[in-house]
Design a protein around this ligand. Structure first.
Ligand code: PLP
Length: 229
């Protein structure tokens, strides 16, 4: 085993032992090789996150079948078909059009796909996500109620990229408030709707303090990503 693999293993162990029971660690393995994923897998990590369809599919085909793959990136409708056989959760649902396509492709292979609704909180212009009114309209619509092959299990969001901890905390509170509102208005009797995915390498501890149930940690496990290899 090389040095980076040993580091990955100690990072996973340290993070897992530092997060409370009931919070799940998704190891964000985008841009990282199968060897590195195997290193995390060998110390018990089973949830991995990928943000590109063309990367998730070959990894899922070649790595152990008991890995639960979370799709966390912006998803184009024409890529849904490719990933649906392999994902255990799509965290980045940001439109009815996308949800409807996931439903259609899942139906073809007799699956029900757990999904999270992604909300736009951070100030960055380019971030994808619902706004709350748009989302509630969808949840009330007859078109939504016809979807039988998707199961909405919670919300996902990202904080702004800033060193201002109070600001980050405020944004996580906003995500939690959105969760609470949607739960009360649309999923009060549905125990499956219970997840809040928020928190990454630099802010997952704050996210947990603010109610996160899923943290998505990449560079804190695998090191800084090399986007060009
Ligand atoms: C890349 C990515 C992460 C992980 O980011 P790190 O800062 O490396 O922990 C988490 N969530 C999403 C949606 C991402 O795209």
């Amino acid at each position: 085993m090389n040095k980076i693999q040993a580091e990955i293993q100690s990072n996973v162990k340290r993070i897992v032992s530092g997060i409370p029971q009931g919070v799940r660690l998704v190891a964000v393995s985008k841009y990282n090789s199968n060897d590195r994923i195997q290193a995390a897998y060998s110390v018990g990590q089973r949830f991995f996150g990928e943000s590109r369809a063309q990367e998730l599919v070959p990894k899922a085909q070649s790595l152990p079948k008991d890995i639960a793959w979370h799709f966390i990136g912006h998803l184009q409708t024409n890529k849904v078909k490719n990933i649906v056989p392999y994902v255990s959760c799509i965290e980045s649902v940001d439109s009815f059009r996308l949800l409807s396509e996931i439903n259609k492709q899942a139906m073809k292979i007799n699956k029900v796909i757990p999904c999270l609704l992604q909300f736009h909180i951070a100030v960055e212009e380019t971030k994808f996500g619902f706004d709350i009114d748009e989302c509630e309209q969808m949840l009330l619509s007859d078109d939504y109620k016809e979807l039988k092959n998707v199961s909405i299990i919670g919300v996902m969001g990202m904080a702004s990229i800033t060193n201002d901890i109070d600001y980050i905390r405020k944004e996580f509170r906003q995500i939690k408030q959105i969760y609470t509102k949607i739960k009360a208005n649309h999923f009060a009797d549905d125990d499956k709707f219970s997840e809040i995915s928020m928190g990454m390498t630099h802010d997952y501890q704050i996210a947990i303090e603010e109610g996160s149930t899923i943290v998505r940690v990449g560079s804190g496990i695998f090191g800084e990503r090399m986007y060009d290899n």
